[in-house]
Design a protein around this ligand. Sequence first.
Ligand code: ZN
Ligand code: ZN
Ligand code: ZN
Length: 352
Amino acid sequence: MERAGVDVLLVSVGSDLPYLTGYEAMPLERLTMLVVPRDGEVTLVIPALEAPRVMEQPGVFTLRPWGELDDPVALVAGLLPSPQVAAVGDTMWARFLVELLGHWPSSATQYVRSTTVMNDLRMRKDDAEIAALQAAGAAIDRVAAQLHAGEVPLVGRTEAQVSADLSRRILAEGHQSVNFAIVAAGENAASPHHHAGSRVIREGELVLCDIGGTMDGYCSDITRCVHTGPVSAEIAEAYAVLHAAHAAGVAAGVVGAACQDVDRAARKVIADAGFGEYFIHRTGHGIGMEAHEDPYMVEGNTLPLAAGHAFSVEPGIYLPGRWGMRLEDIVVATDDGPLSMNFVDHSLVVVN
Ligand code: ZN
Ligand code: ZN
Ligand code: ZN
């Protein structure tokens, strides 16, 4: 905070709060806010009815419960004199910030994003966090392996039914919540974030499954494509390009490389094969307590990768109206090179 010139950090619902305190606030209208002055006591302002769920941690933070008739924003503003620079969490509700502006007007207080303080901490995963990502990766790998083994029936079911099946398996393998279970068959796979719907999966088509959940606070995220019946030469050739692009992206994820280098490495393989215009998104996103967080593997991001940075490598090729494919693993940059969190076969597996 001193380096960033921030006088107070205000963290509400979102991942910064559990990252700092171990407590995850319910995303509800009653204000929960951790108030971290640069100098002085840290206070967790919390609805009185939620207070029993939090353990006060003397020396770290004290609790300040508020009752139903109190004005919690006034309470926050009263904890310290009007600051020059306040860093506010990205996912604090706008209503609280608007009310706070009534106490600390923007003419006197400059508001900045909490990322100025939190990003460095959040991006560099420590050993315990990497272990959590590995455990979540192993859990989602088990679901992907079941898909590859043909244990998840596809042909004759709708995308939505398969999505529900995969969601149950995500939970059964140890996640506490499902973040997404994208199932896109045939031409639907050309839409990267397709919402699994009523389309029935047929024989002889590619089915893209992008699944992930949260396990003990950390996220998993994997994409595998399977094919129902024999694969056409066109799809096999494109998939070979995709696989090579994925490998190039992972290999580029070394400490010191710029985030955009990961994107460039994967994109070059796809562009060189003539599919450049069909790779319509960045190569990856950071991952940790949030499914998408900094750093992003995208052109223009010159941030050097550091040991502990965790991110997805997920190139795709999408031919509108015809088919789409994507291959995704989570990778952690380490001093010994890129460390994958996923170990499921990368090939386009034929299932029935
Ligand atoms: Zn994904
Ligand atoms: Zn992803
Ligand atoms: Zn591979």
